[in-house]
Design a binder for this molecule. Structure first.
Ligand SMILES: [Zn+2]
Ligand SMILES: [Zn+2]
Length: 331
């Protein structure tokens, strides 16, 4: 295992990730999504809606669109302190977090993502991209906000900003040791949009919600689906383990009749009966809702576009590096 991480904070985070077993997930996109969901909870951003973040920026007079603006670590700490203070006000006392700890953790994480050091400034644009990506909320709201960072006054995408956006957003999976599959490369720019100048908000949203979504961003809607699936109970027995019902995704084999797997069994590549890991699997989220959450409205839109194809998309990502044994897939 090669560590991208230099700081003690990131080393500890990676240890936590290993202890939670995320590194054993066979598929890079699910593995990335699961790790980012873990970070989301660890930084408490699962309780911060994108609009809470936008509001905090406004209060701190940081919502301007100066692309070159910098923000120092101490200003970041101040911004996140007010973000978490507001979050505590919305949450029941039992869920209150220690504001200073949460704000410091988030600053450390951002410094790590953008390979900066305490005391150095970050580009405010990068901070906005990272927070909009990792905050809770509807994916459509996030995409609208992200596009507002990328466009000119006529609503057309600025190619330079798109370049920075792709670099900044891909730094997120990259720092989670997923750089072999998800990291910025110049050639991705043309693959995502051949003519960024002509890209409007509709084209931008269509792309992220499309089927197939560009491989380099497949983890982004997946992060949302994972959080939605945490609130879903499947009353269908898993064909590979003794579970009669389970939370998370359910996977239905498109070749074996009545063959269903729970999330753990599919992610770990368990096989049983005549089923093989080569079989096409359909990802299913939408069954009984355990409870409501911030992202409850997300599932319908994405499901129709992406769910049936997510494992196939994943295959495509893996195929670029050559299909191999599951050990090769794990990195
Ligand atoms: Zn199972
Ligand atoms: Zn099968």
């Amino acid at each position: 295992m090669i560590f991208d991480f230099e700081s003690e904070y990131l080393y500890k985070l990676q240890e936590d990730i290993k202890a939670n077993g995320f590194e054993t997930i066979r598929f890079a996109s699910y593995r990335t999504g699961a790790k980012l969901r873990f970070v989301q909870k660890k930084t408490h951003l699962n309780n911060v809606d994108i609009w809470n973040f936008v509001e905090a920026l406004k209060e701190a007079c940081l919502s301007g669109n100066d692309h070159d603006a910098l923000i120092s670590s101490s200003e970041l700490l101040q911004l996140f302190t007010s973000l978490y203070q507001s979050m505590n006000k919305r949450l029941p006392p039992s869920q209150h977090v220690r504001v200073n700890n949460a704000a410091t953790t988030l600053v450390h994480w951002l410094l790590a993502v953008y390979k900066s050091r305490p005391g150095k400034s970050l580009r405010l644009f990068s901070v906005k991209v990272a927070l909009a990506t990792m905050a809770a909320g509807k994916i459509m709201d996030k995409l609208r906000y992200l596009f507002s960072l990328l466009c000119d006054s006529n609503g057309k995408m600025l190619p330079d900003r798109f370049h920075n956006f792709l670099e900044d957003i891909l730094a997120i999976p990259s720092v989670m040791c997923e750089s072999p599959t998800f990291s910025f490369k110049e050639e991705l720019l043309d693959q995502v949009f051949s003519d960024p100048k002509e890209v409007t908000i509709t084209v931008f949203i269509d792309l992220i919600m499309s089927d197939p979504i560009p491989d380099c961003l497949v983890w982004l809607p997946l992060l949302h689906r994972i959080s939605t699936a945490e609130n879903v109970i499947h009353d269908v027995p898993c064909s590979s383990c003794p579970r009669e019902s389970y939370i998370g995704f359910r996977y239905n084999c498109q070749r074996c009749p009545d063959f269903n797997q729970c999330q753990d069994c599919f992610w770990l590549g368990r096989v049983s009966q005549n089923h093989s890991t080569d079989h096409e699997m359909k990802e299913i989220v939408d069954e009984h809702k355990k409870s409501m959450d911030l992202e409850k409205n997300l599932v319908g839109t994405i499901q129709s576009n992406l769910i049936a194809n997510a494992p196939l998309l994943e295959e495509k990502v893996l195929n670029k590096k050559g299909r191999g044994t599951s050990d090769e897939i794990i990195e």
